[in-house]
Design a protein around this ligand. Structure first.
Ligand SMILES: *[C@@H]1O[C@H](CO)[C@@H](O)[C@H](O)[C@H]1NC(C)=O
Ligand SMILES: *[C@@H]1O[C@H](CO)[C@@H](O)[C@H](O)[C@H]1NC(C)=O
Ligand SMILES: *[C@@H]1O[C@H](CO)[C@@H](O)[C@H](O)[C@H]1NC(C)=O
Ligand SMILES: *[C@@H]1O[C@H](CO)[C@@H](O)[C@H](O)[C@H]1NC(C)=O
Ligand SMILES: *[C@@H]1O[C@H](CO)[C@@H](O)[C@H](O)[C@H]1NC(C)=O
Ligand SMILES: *[C@@H]1O[C@H](CO)[C@@H](O)[C@H](O)[C@H]1NC(C)=O
Ligand SMILES: *[C@@H]1O[C@H](CO)[C@@H](O)[C@H](O)[C@H]1NC(C)=O
Ligand SMILES: *[C@@H]1O[C@H](CO)[C@@H](O)[C@H](O)[C@H]1NC(C)=O
Ligand SMILES: *[C@@H]1O[C@H](CO)[C@@H](O)[C@H](O)[C@H]1NC(C)=O
Ligand SMILES: *[C@@H]1O[C@H](CO)[C@@H](O)[C@H](O)[C@H]1NC(C)=O
Ligand SMILES: *[C@@H]1O[C@H](CO)[C@@H](O)[C@H](O)[C@H]1NC(C)=O
Ligand SMILES: CC(=O)N[C@H]1CO[C@H](CO)[C@@H](O)[C@@H]1O
Length: 294
């Protein structure tokens, strides 16, 4: 081989090497890009990844149909769990009951804005399964609202708890199964506000409630309950039911009148509700009689 042939051979070799190099680089590139797309679908940092500070080289391989899809998915489902409580400075009221809010109370028409024994809950749909809740009740420990698919709050009913923690509201999400209240703090909730005045606990929050059924894409009908209990050393005492709706009510239907099943059901273990209203009625009667005698 003369020098020029050697030269030609070398050049050919170098070119071949370069082609191979390019090929391997190309093929290593591709899996890296799919990895990035993979990571973005699970994480929240999609925008930073796609706004491509390192784009010039990667542009060509991104060419696929991935990019538009990955930008779409994260905005759709991001459940927020934020149980931080800020101060509630207003009194919960009945003003929007039957208009924009579904309301339930015990006694049934009691005014939560006034002092005294009134257990009250309202729900207002903000979108789909997401509702703003208002809860007000009387307890030295906690008050809670329950959503269940059975008439006895059971089978891991969804529970939102507002507890008196040294005169500040502490908020929990929990599950209730056969009177066993288990804090999980995993249900999507945010914008929690609360206040404690003596035994009166008030709180408001936004919650995305679970599907009532697995068969319909949106189902917001639940048995609605209110209960209270003790709160000591961070432990929620057994639930003492004050109200359980007599049927499943659609939380998004503000027109529904919620009837307390505990008031018509003497033989159950929830006789408390009846006694309570009876003693109230008796007090009112005594008051009226007293006034008449003056
Ligand atoms: C590199 O990948 C691009 C896009 O997938 C492709 O068009 C090109 O042919 C590849 N180059 C090599 C050398 O494989
Ligand atoms: C491909 O990804 C791996 C792991 O993330 C990384 O170590 C490697 O440097 C990447 N290669 C290129 C060419 O970016
Ligand atoms: C890519 O996604 C699959 C399925 O979601 C997962 O099993 C795999 O671990 C992911 N890979 C990386 C690098 O995140
Ligand atoms: C990704 O998000 C997390 C939490 O939202 C944040 O701490 C982290 O800095 C972000 N990373 C990048 C690269 O933006
Ligand atoms: C790569 O993306 C940047 C920014 O989107 C764009 O300006 C540039 O033209 C792209 N390059 C190629 C080769 O597509
Ligand atoms: C994107 O891919 C199509 C077909 O796969 C190809 O014709 C086109 O040239 C590619 N564009 C870029 C910028 O790589
Ligand atoms: C729960 O409410 C009832 C009725 O108002 C009350 O008698 C009871 O003391 C309350 N429970 C607690 C722990 O405060
Ligand atoms: C309630 O949840 C626990 C723990 O997730 C589970 O083991 C149990 O089967 C559930 N019970 C019902 C009735 O769904
Ligand atoms: C209540 O639930 C917890 C956690 O699921 C479990 O450890 C405990 O045994 C249950 N108690 C009763 C009385 O069912
Ligand atoms: C949680 O909510 C509080 C009050 O609403 C807010 O100040 C805080 O930034 C939120 N935390 C997160 C991580 O979003
Ligand atoms: C409710 O359940 C249905 C059927 O399982 C499902 O398609 C839908 O996405 C669920 N909706 C929500 C908000 O979880
Ligand atoms: C799952 C999903 O959203 N797929 C979409 C990805 O993007 C292409 C093109 O934009 C759509 O056709 C797919 O439906």
């Amino acid at each position: 081989m003369d020098n020029s042939s050697r030269m030609m051979f070398a050049v050919v070799m170098v070119m071949a090497y370069m082609v191979m190099g390019a090929k391997t680089q190309n093929s290593t590139m591709a899996p890296n890009v799919t990895m990035a797309a993979n990571a973005t679908t699970t994480g929240l940092n999609i925008t930073t990844n796609l706004s491509t500070p390192h784009s010039p080289g990667v542009n060509i391989t991104i060419n696929g149909t991935m990019a538009p899809n990955t930008t779409m998915s994260p905005t759709a489902v991001v459940p927020v769990v934020n149980t931080t409580v800020t101060a509630l400075t207003v009194n919960i009221s009945r003003t929007d009951c039957g208009k924009t809010q579904l309301c339930a109370a015990e006694p049934s028409e009691c005014n939560p804005a006034l002092p005294g024994s009134c257990f009250f809950v309202s729900t207002q749909q903000t979108s789909g399964q997401t509702f703003s809740f208002q809860l007000r009740g009387v307890s030295s420990g906690y008050i809670a609202v329950g959503l269940s698919t059975n008439s006895t709050p059971d089978g891991n009913a969804t529970i939102y708890v507002c507890a008196n923690n040294n005169s500040n509201v502490m908020f929990f999400t929990a599950l209730l199964n056969k009177r066993n209240l288990t804090i999980n703090n995993a249900l999507p909730v945010d914008s929690v506000k609360g206040s404690v005045k003596g035994q009166i606990i008030q709180c408001t929050f936004s919650a995305t409630v679970p599907n009532a059924t697995a068969t319909r894409s949106i189902d917001t009908s639940f048995y609605l309950s209110i209960f209270n209990g003790t709160f000591m050393n961070g432990i929620l005492g057994d639930p003492n039911f004050v109200m359980i709706s007599n049927k499943a009510v659609d939380l998004s239907n503000s027109q529904t009148t919620v009837i307390n099943s505990l008031n018509s059901n003497t033989n159950s273990s929830h006789a408390f509700g009846l006694q309570h209203t009876l003693s109230q009625a008796l007090l009112i009667l005594l008051g009226v009689v007293g006034l008449m005698m003056l």
